[in-house]
Design a protein around this ligand. Sequence first.
Ligand code: SF4
Length: 332
Amino acid sequence: MQSLHIQRLYAGGLITNYYCSASCKHCLYGSSPSWQKEYMSPDTLDRLCRTMKRLGCHAVHIGGGEPLLNWELLQQVLQKLQEQRVAVEYVETNASWLRSHEQAKGILGRLLSLGVNTLLISISPFHSEYVPLQKVKQLIEACHSAGMQVFPWQEQFYKELTARSMDHTHSLEQWEEQFGPGYVRSLIRRFGLILRGRALLYYQSQVPHRSTAQLVAESSGCSELADTGDFHLDLYGSYLPGACSGLAVAVEDLGRPLDPQRYPNLTALYNHGVKGLLDVAADVGFRPEPSYASKCHLCMDIRTYLVQDVDWDTRELQPRQYYEQAGAGLNS
Ligand code: SF4
């Protein structure tokens, strides 16, 4: 049995908070307004910085949730990163906090003074369910006038989102009516979505399923877990392996092989893929559905069972709120 061993961190970000002003249907981390209003503390950030630097990473982006929902604590985080000599590549935002050009310019000026030169601004039909495009436009204008660079994510959607009133939010159903059948499904490819987290729950009924027997027969170790090319570290002191939301490693356990006793599910997934996890879960009563959209769908179903039905409180199935919040907003 091999242990997952994260030896170096290449590029990644900090999740300062999971709560958000939106519950976007493509959100990998299941953020929503109903998460607890918890934010990254200076002590946790110190621990994260020490580990990142020890493993070779000296620059991060900041994301969430919506990091600007707590302006005071975001400034504290940025000050601490400056002290720790960790550069900030960009801060992500959905622009929901914008009230006026002057207010935005004030915030942008302060961000610039704290070493942030680029703002990633979310632009997509998913965000348009919660944030009117007008706010996005005003924030881009404020960035231009304050001297802040803009990383529009994703620019390809801006023009088509002007097809409806920019002063209002619009549902994905309205965009489907606007642009025709198949539009929402085409976003999987166009956005480059990873179908995990809430994106998986939202799209799982719209994509072909494969039999569980087939998925298990093809199962092999999930090498995705070792990918540190776009890693995330969160406010709870966790490293989130791969883009496998809902799985976590205590940051202090990075840089050495993971103890299989402390991380039985991650060890099973790393060695045998979803078949390994299914074997663990079968022992505690899990019975799979006949088919799933993907191995990650089966993985999510098993992990949700372990957290919610078995109440398995382990360091690796974290944050536990993720398993409640991943489906938030899907029925609205
Ligand atoms: S099956 Fe689970 S561990 Fe493997 S890539 Fe998918 S979400 Fe990650």
